[in-house]
Ligand binder design. Structure first.
Ligand SMILES: NC(=O)C1=CN([C@@H]2O[C@H](COP(=O)(O)OP(=O)(O)OC[C@H]3O[C@@H](n4cnc5c(N)ncnc54)[C@H](OP(=O)(O)O)[C@@H]3O)[C@@H](O)[C@H]2O)C=CC1
Ligand SMILES: [Cu+2]
Length: 428
């Protein structure tokens, strides 16, 4: 993924798809599916809806319940189905059963065999299911794909959830066929290169928010640090030195003092790598050399850090608004009023204090507003609706075309992109 750049597509070489699916040729070749389980059924529904003829090859075609597959789908034995398939066959069964198909080698020879299976372990280091299938069927052209969409997403036609399918194969022609098929099914096909990348593709559905681990850890450590510091300073020290009991502050006040500190430090971490990158470019005298890996990685996490900073700032705003609702502040107010009455003070208005608190609050609200704008435009769906010039203007406050700066280089090299963006200024 292009690091540090959330406006480029998730992966390079994506085949852009028009919003409307391409009209599928009614003379489409018959597509075969091996297996009659959930995935097979969903695939069949989708393929039929897209104008394909479908044959399903099952070990026991007679046992498949009527109505399980849409009308027009032929239910045959595995061999019959493969004989009737012209070009593309989906292997919709679990990888541990692939070896039971070796008897079909002759009828699968020369055909495009699509592996839709998922891995069971992350980063196992072993050959992928698709690679093993390719080993079992050396005369077929194995393509990895579709495993990132669930049976449910297939059936509903990809209106919900991700529309992206990752596709890889060592046979460019076979890959093109499957990419075309995916486009007809309204999916966004992304060419991931050779079959070796199927390991990555099989791992994809198992990954849990892959780019959030580092930023979340940093946020957690910062919260721990600032909370500990505020606890020592505002609760423990007054208790030890004066016997003052401030422990009631732990759930609200201490948290509320922690949040803005964390938000500001994380915000600094969003902009710091851009500055370092710019400094590095100045020192090196060129913007075309590569950044060290850690800096590149850090730049690639700016969006996540920015959103976490926004979360902390937003929570701080809510906590602050709730401060006056507490019993503690009601008692404090009453006590102050009582003391004032006793002291005979009628008017306790202090102009400086009034101005100070109003200015504090106003700048806090404005700051949160700007942070909200940055956070919203950093979301891909919103950012994509902006032109490059608008996006850069919102994120950096610089009008790039007025400064005579150019569009990002149409580089497929992700590092080239983050390099370029760092040179453009500071943004999430
Ligand atoms: N379900 C999902 O949402 C997704 C599934 N996938 C992948 O799709 C593949 C199929 O999954 P799914 O359809 O859910 O699984 P099911 O268990 O529902 O179906 C598997 C099918 O495999 C066939 N099969 C062929 N040979 C054997 C054998 N020796 N033993 C048992 N079954 C055999 C069976 O069909 P028959 O009896 O007709 O031969 C069976 O219906 C898997 O590799 C999975 O990883 C990928 C993404 C999402
Ligand atoms: Cu504040």
């Amino acid at each position: 993924m292009p690091l540090g750049d959330m406006r480029t597509p998730l992966l390079s070489n994506s085949f852009d798809v028009p919003e409307e699916p391409l009209p599928c040729d009614p003379g489409n070749p018959t597509v075969g599916i091996l297996g009659s389980g959930d995935y097979s059924r969903s695939l069949a529904v989708r393929l039929v809806a897209c104008g394909y003829r479908v044959v399903v090859g099952s070990r026991n075609p007679k046992h498949i319940a009527i109505g399980q597959f849409p009308d027009g789908v032929q239910l045959l034995t595995q061999r019959e189905a493969m004989v009737g398939t012209e070009k593309v066959v989906f292997a919709a069964l679990y990888p541990e059963h692939y070896h039971t198909l070796v008897g079909l080698r002759d009828v699968l020879a020369g055909k495009v065999l699509v592996d839709v299976s998922n891995a069971t372990k992350l980063n196992s280091g072993e050959p992928s299911n698709a690679e093993r299938l390719a080993e079992l069927f050396p005369e077929s052209r194995v393509v990895k794909g579709f495993n990132v969409v669930s049976a449910w997403a297939l059936q509903t036609g990809a209106h919900d959830g991700s529309r992206q399918v990752l596709i890889s194969s060592d046979y460019p022609e076979a890959k093109r066929t499957v990419i075309q098929l995916a486009r007809c099914m309204s999916f966004l096909a992304v060419d991931m290169g050779g079959l070796a990348s199927s390991r990555h593709i099989e791992d994809a559905p198992l990954r849990l928010f892959p780019s959030w681990g580092g930023p979340l850890m940093v946020t957690f450590l910062l919260i721990l640090f600032f909370y500990g510091y505020n606890f020592l300073r505002g609760v423990l020290m007054p208790y030890l030195s004066r016997g003052q009991n401030n422990f009631y502050q732990l759930p609200l006040e201490t948290v509320n003092e922690t949040l803005p500190a964390v938000a500001l430090v994380i915000l600094a971490l969003v902009y710091l790598p851009g500055l370092w990158a710019a400094a590095l470019q100045l020192v090196r005298g060129t913007k075309y050399s590569r950044f060290p890996g850690w800096l590149d990685h850090w730049m690639g996490r700016r969006k996540q850090l920015g959103l976490l900073s926004f979360l902390c700032a937003g929570l701080h705003a809510v906590y602050s608004m709730c401060l006056t609702l507490r019993k503690a502040s009601q008692y404090r107010l009453l006590d102050a009023a009582y003391r004032q009455v006793k002291a005979g003070v009628e008017h306790s208005w202090e102009e400086t204090q009034v101005w100070r608190s109003d200015l504090y609050l106003s700048s806090g609200i404005l700051g949160l507003g700007v942070l909200t704008l940055l956070a919203i435009t950093s979301l891909p769906s919103v950012g994509n609706a902006l032109s490059w010039r608008e996006f850069t203007f919102v994120q950096t406050g610089k009008d790039t075309s007025r400064l005579g700066e150019s569009m990002p280089p149409p580089s497929s090299d992700p590092r080239g992109h983050s390099q370029w963006r760092a040179a453009q200024g500071l943004e999430w």
